[in-house]
Design a protein around this ligand. Structure first.
Ligand SMILES: [Zn+2]
Length: 268
C-alpha cells in the first residue's frame, strides 16, 4: 500500500504524515508554547525532508522530539534535530546504546551503495530525557502524556497520549496495513499492554505504520494478538503442534513462526 504524502490533521493540531520507505508515521503535536515531533525516519537525509515538510504546517518549529522505540525506521534520523530535547523510554536509550550501531549496519547492508555514506553519517540517537513510567510534557495550552505501559512490540515502547485531542500515538504496538512485527516482541504481554493503550479512551490511534486507526481496529488487533498468545501457550504446553498454530493463526506464516520463537524465548 502506498503511503500518503501529505500531512493529515488527525485531531486538533495533531498532524501525521506517512513516509516511504516503510510507510512509517511521523507526527507533530502543536501547543501554544511548544511543538513535539514524534519519530524521525531512518537517516539524516530523510529527517531533513521531514524538517522541510514541517514548513507546510501552521505550527512553530519543533521544540522537542520523542521516539516511540529504537527501531531504525523510527529513530535514526533524530540527529537532524540535534540541540532539541530528545525524549524516549529509558529502555529505548539502553537499546540504542547496545544495538544502535548494529541496526545502522543492517540498514546500510540493505541499501544501495550510493546511500552508504549518508547513512553512516547519521548518528545513533542518545535520548537525553527518558521516561520509566510516565511524564507530562507541557506544550502551553495542552499536555502530552509520555507513557511506558508494558512490554509489547519491544521491551521499551513509548506511548504518547494527547488527552484533549483524544489521540494516542502507539508506535508499533499497533500496525495498520501490515502484520504486527515480532522480532523483538513479547507475545504474551503484548495484548495486556495494548489493553492499557485502549483504556486511555482515545478515538484516534496513530500506528507506527499505516493509516490512523479507530477504536474497533485497535480492539481487533488486540484480540488477534490474544488469540495468537493462546495458541503459543498451547504449543509450549504440548497441547498443539506448531503446524496447527500456523493454520489457526490470524497472522501470516512468517509472522506466526517468529511469534512462536519469541514466545518460547520470552516466556509467559
Ligand atoms: Zn518497530
Amino acid at each position: 500500500m502506498g503511503a500518503v504524502t501529505q500531512w493529515q490533521e488527525v485531531a486538533d493540531r495533531v498532524f501525521t504524515r506517512r513516509y516511504d520507505p516503510f510507510d512509517v508515521n511521523v507526527t507533530v503535536v502543536a501547543g501554544r508554547h511548544g511543538t513535539l515531533l514524534v519519530d524521525t525516519r531512518t537517516s539524516l537525509v530523510e529527517a531533513s525532508q521531514v524538517r522541510d515538510d514541517l514548513r507546510e504546517l501552521p505550527v512553530s518549529a519543533p521544540t522537542a522530539v520523542a521516539l516511540t522505540h529504537a527501531h531504525l525506521d523510527h529513530c535514526l534520523g533524530a540527529g537532524a534535530f540535534s540541540g532539541l530535547p530528545l525524549w524516549a523510554s529509558h529502555g529505548c536509550r539502553e537499546d540504542l546504546r547496545r544495538h544502535g550501531i548494529a541496526q545502522r549496519d543492517t540498514l546500510i547492508a540493505h541499501r544501495p551503495e550510493e546511500e552508504h555514506a549518508h547513512l553512516r553519517a547519521s548518528p545513533i540517537p542518545v535520548p537525553d530525557h527518558t521516561v520509566t513510567d510516565r511524564h507530562r510534557l507541557d506544550l502551553g495550552d495542552r499536555v502530552v502524556e509520555l507513557l511506558v505501559l508494558g512490554h509489547g512490540h519491544t521491551d521499551h515502547d513509548l506511548v504518547l497520549h494527547v488527552p484533549d485531542a483524544g489521540v494516542v500515538l502507539a508506535g508499533d504496538l499497533v500496525e495498520v496495513g501490515a502484520p504486527p512485527q515480532f522480532h523483538d516482541a513479547f507475545p504474551f504481554e503484548w495484548p495486556a499492554t495494548l489493553a492499557r493503550v485502549e483504556s486511555l479512551g482515545a478515538a484516534v490511534t496513530v500506528p507506527g505504520h499505516g493509516a490512523p486507526a479507530d477504536r474497533q481496529t485497535v480492539a481487533t488487533q488486540r484480540e488477534e494478538l490474544s488469540h495468537l498468545a493462546a495458541l503459543c501457550r498451547e504449543v509450549i504446553g504440548g497441547l498443539r503442534s506448531r503446524e496447527s498454530v500456523l493454520a489457526a493463526s490470524p497472522f501470516p506464516r512468517e509472522t506466526t513462526t517468529l511469534a512462536m520463537e519469541r514466545a518460547v524465548a520470552t516466556g509467559d
